[in-house]
Ligand binder design. Sequence first.
Ligand code: FES
Length: 123
Amino acid sequence: MTEAVVTKPKIGEYRRHILVCTGERCTSDGSSQALFDSLGDKFKAAGLTSGPLRVKRTRASCFAACKGGPIVCVQPDGTWYYNVTPDNMDRIIEQHLCGGRPVDELVFHQAQAPGDSGREGGA
Ligand code: FES
């Protein structure tokens, strides 16, 4: 019996990865898909399609959050945004993806960084 040869995939270098939920429980009017479709042009205009701040983008079908869409997740920062309207996406691009600072009022969940145990047991 011969083993199948599996081709090792490759992806380009990137700084951050944005995941957009296009599931119907987030938005039923197509605004999540429209948001995803807009990212190519928005990222190009912001200089995020190449270079040290390059952002990879991917659609997802459900994150089990399912309200307040469009919902996006920015990795590896572990930052989850809701109500990502076109204007709010512009803010996220400028402040977070280009500037490195999350847009706090649009965040509904922030994952802890590895090794960050918060203030428990601290002074
Ligand atoms: S449909 Fe978007 S999180 Fe479930």
